[in-house]
Write a protein that binds this ligand. Sequence first.
Ligand code: NAI
Ligand code: MG
Length: 354
Amino acid sequence: MYKIAVLPGDGIGVEIVPEAVKVLQVIGEKFNHQFEYTEALVGGEAYDATGHPLPDDTLKICRQSDAVLLGAIGGPKWEQLPVHLRPEVGALLPLRKELGLYANLRPCFLFPGLTHASTLKEETIAGVDLIVLRELTGGLYFGEKSRQEVEGGIKATDVLSYTTFEIERIVRYAYEVARKRRNKLCSVDKANVIETSRLWRETVMELAKEYPDVETTHMYVDNCAMQLIRNPKQFDVIVTENMFGDILTDEASMLTGSIGMLPSASIGGKVGMYEPSHGSAPDIAGQNKANPLATILSAAMMLRYSFNLEKEAVIVEQAVSKAVAEGYRTPDIMEDGSKPVGTVEMGDVVAGYI
Ligand code: NAI
Ligand code: MG
């Protein structure tokens, strides 16, 4: 039996998560696995119900599960809360930290047939297959935050720090991933300016000696942002720190046609967490318009990384691929001549193909 904590969260989270559960359910029936789901509150809705975006009960349920399936959290309603109660800072970051999820995997590849959903040229993106490993529990997002009155205004401070331990463990993980792929690792930093990045680069250079079979390159983050659009096919595995990875993966999602296609897995602790790379999309929430494929693909990653069910993971990915190839499209990936579907219908199509 596999225990899954289900945290739909806010906005489109409550629409996309049930579609991923629907798909898991079919996998369970077909392959005789028992998935036990425990739903819990997180984010703005949790704040409204309990006064905190990450209630103790939710954390407990996550800790007692084998994996967490998360939708998305946050929205305009909760933006004015003090920073520690805002859903992203008060729930998402502590959840990652408490579960020890230092490695965030964001695979980015283009499904055949989706070349026209992207704003980029077909020849630029056809055949893209890269994965970003984003450090997830350190850096600027976890540094001390403060404000003070200064002459003529206010000064806000965020602290950015990294230890060699934190850098080493994510980079080692990235090397292991590279070994299972095309043996190319690009480490992204801003070592020409930032001290943590200098340490990052020195650490990678040391580790590179242990992985002579992997080709190691270094790139500044601003150049990487440009190269991702100019020639994304040059990349196999990208490893980078928390904030750079956050920004670069939103950018990379455009290579796949839509941010609604980009899944993620966060691992490193006993319990893995799986969530789409996007947010709660308040602009389309409640309209059956959200693309559930990123969440369904995240569930496939759960099967692979938390449950070691590789065959089942591939079957989910193939079902998604088939839905796309057959022309089923939510509005974000719509193109001429396709079959328009909503969130629920897309989930049905994928479940049907399994
Ligand atoms: P967002 O990712 O929610 O939306 C950006 C754009 O992408 C919007 O136009 C949205 O409609 C579209 N989009 C996102 N997911 C989609 C999907 N599955 N299908 C179709 N279109 C999709 O980012 P935004 O607007 O910056 O943030 C909205 C809220 O979400 C904020 O409160 C933010 O803090 C929060 N957020 C939460 C995250 C999380 O829970 N992991 C991550 C990023 C943002
Ligand atoms: Mg983000």
